[in-house]
Design a protein around this ligand. Structure first.
Ligand code: FES
Ligand SMILES: [Fe+2]
Length: 450
């Protein structure tokens, strides 16, 4: 990285050195300093509902088996054999009571404990010479869940997950706790894009500004009820704890009318009313904002939207239906990211709703999604250009919403205008992207974890 102090100082004042989006040294610093510390999303509990279920996921380049053991407890185990380092589990998901290493055949229980090794007696002197009991796949230093979302931190001294998420948990509930049963997820679809991982995280955190331009065609073909993508500027962005997101402004009406407007059936609305706090309900029913895209630092994003899934008039609420997607920007290299995209739906939602919501998701996001394709075209191009030598001298402008003297263009909403925690503002701004990149700078500044 060219003079790390200058790079971080520029990021903190909202001027982004272009090369941070495609630079080997920056990527190495992220690998050593950021992904060894932050809480990183790895899976949702509904992906491993039964005893023995597992998925294999990564935190940066570290592979983990996320398993549910015979007693139902969840584990995240470093997927590297204690013998000579082979990857113990090579399937992406499945159900197993044991994992057997393909190299020499050591086998481990699904809680990580070494169970057996070939020729234990002849080669190791049996239990006396080499006790299996003391051997287990290395557990991730920290594992915790929120609404079934499983997070891992490689830092033994990490703050607790609730402290890390902070007030962003308030907003996570809209996506992942619409009823007492929570959500189930489908996926992930996985694909690789030649783009830096930070671009997607920043975009989902707060980029309402790109919607009218990048996604014009999606609106023009009538996928949305609103005739103008510029409607986005009436929404607000919010930042709380270690995450932030965007909202749409809803038309006047009661809580129920507004939830119906985005396509929720009455039985789901009744459960939301039971499930969410008065403040959570007030953001929608009193203040008229509905969450859309969001990101949690570093690389988890969410999206909630309500496209037209059926032909209908402009005012026809029956024509739109909401979907939720969860996605992870899994870094592969400075110029490459693996995208993991899940469809998310309330477990208690009616079957017909689940079916149509899935249809809405595949139209908009995922490998077939129209938004996805619009976005990625920009991000790949940006990343390619950021890798060139000229980009090293360019500071990108990330100060939208700030005047020259750092005072805000628009003041934050007051508690009687926005019931949610954190700071929310109406209109286009880059406060959220700056908040995300400030976290990034703080992590890179923190030194290499011993
Ligand atoms: S490397 Fe796993 S058994 Fe030898
Ligand atoms: Fe987009």
């Amino acid at each position: 990285m060219r003079d790390a102090d200058t790079v971080l100082a520029n990021v903190r004042r909202g001027m982004l050195p272009a090369h941070i989006y495609n630079d080997d040294e920056v990527f190495a610093a992220e690998r050593e300093r950021l992904f060894t510390r932050a809480w990183v999303f790895v899976a949702h509990e509904s992906e491993i509902p039964q005893v023995g279920d597992y998925v294999v996921r990564k935190v940066m380049d570290n592979s983990f088996i996320i398993s549910r053991d015979q007693s139902g407890e969840i584990h995240a185990m470093f997927n590297m054999c204690l013998h000579r380092g082979m990857q113990v589990c090579r399937a992406e998901q499945g159900n197993a009571s044991h994992f057997r290493c393909p190299y020499h055949g050591w086998s481990y229980r699904n809680d990580g404990q070494l169970a057996g090794l070939p020729f234990h007696k002849e080669a190791y002197g049996g239990e006396e010479g080499f006790a299996r009991k003391q051997q287990r796949l290395i557990p991730a230093p920290n594992v915790d869940t929120y609404n079934g979302l499983i997070f891992v931190s490689l830092d033994p001294d990490a703050p607790s997950l609730p402290d890390y998420l902070g007030d962003f948990a308030f907003y996570l509930d809209y996506y992942t706790k619409q009823s007492p049963s929570g959500v189930e997820v489908l996926g992930p679809q996985r694909w690789r894009i030649k783009a830096n991982w930070k671009i997607g995280a920043e975009n989902f955190a707060g980029d309402m500004y790109h919607t009218p331009h990048t996604h014009t065609s999606v609106v023009e073909i009538g996928l949305f009820r609103e005739p103008k993508a510029a409607k986005r500027k009436e929404g607000c962005t919010y930042w709380a704890g270690r995450g932030g997101g965007t909202t749409y402004k809803l038309p006047p009406g009661t809580l129920e009318e507004r939830l119906r407007y985005v396509g929720y059936p009455d039985e789901m609305i009744e459960r939301m009313k039971e499930q969410w706090s008065q403040d959570q309900l007030d953001v929608i029913g009193r203040d008229g904002f509905m969450v859309s895209a969001a990101s949690v630092f570093p690389n988890l994003s969410l999206v909630h939207n309500w496209p037209k899934v059926a032909e209908g008039g402009d005012a026809d609420d029956d024509a739109v239906l909401p979907f939720i997607s969860l996605r992870q920007w899994q870094p592969i290299g400075p110029g490459e990211t693996e995208v993991l995209s899940w469809f998310v739906v309330d477990k208690e939602a009616p079957e017909e709703f689940k079916k149509l919501s899935y249809k809405a998701y595949v139209m908009c996001f995922g490998s077939s999604g129209m938004f996805e394709q619009d976005d990625v075209e920009n991000w790949v191009s940006l990343t390619t250009t950021a890798g060139g030598t000229m980009a090293r001298d360019l500071l990108l402008h990330g100060r939208m919403g700030l005047l020259e003297d750092d005072s805000p263009v628009v003041e934050p909403l007051k508690p009687d205008q926005f019931a949610g925690p954190g700071e929310a503002r109406v209109g286009y701004a880059e406060h959220n992207q700056r908040a995300l990149m400030n976290e990034w700078a703080d992590h890179l500044d923190g030194g290499v974890r011993a």
